[in-house]
Design a protein around this ligand. Structure first.
Ligand code: GDD
Ligand code: MG
Length: 355
């Protein structure tokens, strides 16, 4: 089977991490995020993947070349971003399969443990034009809300609605009949969620929902990105792209963790990164050459390449950009982001909560 991987988004919610690296290439449990998706696609029987690129398009081919994780790769770039639907239509030019064959389409920021062959089997059995993986979340308003009838047929597609009619959402993995992709307008900006799905449904085409509540996460926000990386390290989602066995932490070659430091909760410690004695790092991502000094506490946070945390500083739910420096004794919390190269002097920021 062939697949199209949508990787052209700008990843704005993940800034400053995505200033220099597109979201799908961010190091996640020791490898580029997409390596996990490629490995899972291969395990599901995908042999060839067409990348639909736009933002920083050249970096994808540089990272993966023509074959990775046992899958053949091709690249189709948009001169200007065409939206999810336009990107699918554009990338389909590089597909080789026949008109009635199923094509897997994947959002490039999803970790999913669902049963792709079962989704494809439902698609074939029901003779659908499109079959969507659907899952349930607590807050459907941030996603595509997708009600189905008793036979599993999709009855509406409501993208990011403030009035969701069900907790069942689009999980960002579709099986398209190859010829159904050609119903999307060519060389135009089209949203598959706001235009293509609603119009297929209203014109009476068969759109099916494969409902499955396996492990599922959209890593598009800083919190979710950290959680996804830690879940992979902890083995909550199996990935054959993981460079090591699941465990409390993943320490890459050349990382230095002092025996007197506590590092766990699925933390990854990148190449050349250092954690000194007396430091505590829980559920975090420490990218290459980052540094956590003695007595510092880092929790649910990302330290980008070369970022430094001074002695005794506390970080909780924080993103440090490349080479950002947090001086001794600072206390940063709650989604704070420090831009690349910014240096906070000692005790410049103190988070306090009134008792
Ligand atoms: N090539 C290309 N061109 N890719 C794009 C473009 C574009 O213009 N715009 C977005 N993408 C890619 C992104 O890189 C990402 O992999 C995917 O399309 C989805 O974009 P997001 O920006 O991550 O969308 P979202 O998370 O807000 O919503 C989507 O995913 C949800 C599930 O996580 C929608 O599909 C929702 O319906 C869905 O519930
Ligand atoms: Mg997303």
């Amino acid at each position: 089977m062939e697949a199209i991987l949508l990787v052209g988004g700008q990843g704005t919610r993940l800034r400053p991490l995505t200033i220099s690296t597109p979201k799908p290439l961010l190091p996640t449990a020791g490898v580029p995020f997409l390596a996990h998706q490629l490995a899972r696609a291969r395990d599901a029987g995908v042999e060839r993947i067409v990348f639909a690129t736009s933002y920083r398009a050249e970096m994808f081919e540089a990272a993966f070349g023509t074959r990775a994780q046992g899958v053949d790769l091709a690249y189709v770039s948009e001169a200007r971003p065409l939206g999810t639907g336009g990107a699918i239509r554009n990338a389909a030019a590089a597909l080789r399969c026949g008109a009635d064959e199923p094509v897997l389409i994947l959002n490039g920021d999803i970790l999913s443990g669902h049963d792709v062959p079962a989704q494809v089997a439902l698609h074939e059995k029901s003779g659908a034009d499109v079959t969507l993986h659907l899952t349930e979340v607590d807050d459907p308003s941030r996603f595509g809300c997708v009600p189905t009838d008793a036979d599993g047929r999709v009855t509406a597609f409501l993208e990011k609605t403030s009035r969701p009619v069900t907790n069942q959402i689009n999980a960002g993995c579709y099986v398209f009949r190859r010829s159904a992709i050609d119903t999307i307008r060519k060389d135009e900006v089209v949203s598959v969620e706001r235009e293509t799905f609603p119009s297929l449904i209203s014109s009476g085409r068969v759109v099916m929902g494969h409902v499955e509540s396996a492990y599922w996460l959209d890593v598009g926000t800083p919190q979710a990105f950290v959680r996804g990386s830690c879940d992979l390290v902890l083995g909550r989602l199996a990935s054959s792209a993981m460079p090591g066995e699941p465990g409390d932490r993943l320490t890459l070659n050349g990382a230095v963790v002092s025996p007197g430091a506590v590092v766990r909760g699925g933390t990854t410690v990148g190449r050349g990164a250092v954690v000194e004695a007396g430091a505590t790092v829980l559920g975090s991502v420490l990218l290459d050459d980052s540094f956590v000094a003695e007595g510092a506490t880092v929790r649910d946070s990302v330290l980008s390449r070369g970022a430094r945390v001074g002695p005794g500083a506390i970080l909780d739910g924080v993103i440090l950009g490349d080479a950002a420096v947090v001086g001794p004794g600072n206390e940063l919390r709650d989604g704070l982001r420090v831009w690349p190269g910014i240096e906070l002097p000692a005790t410049a920021v103190r988070f306090s909560t009134d008792a």
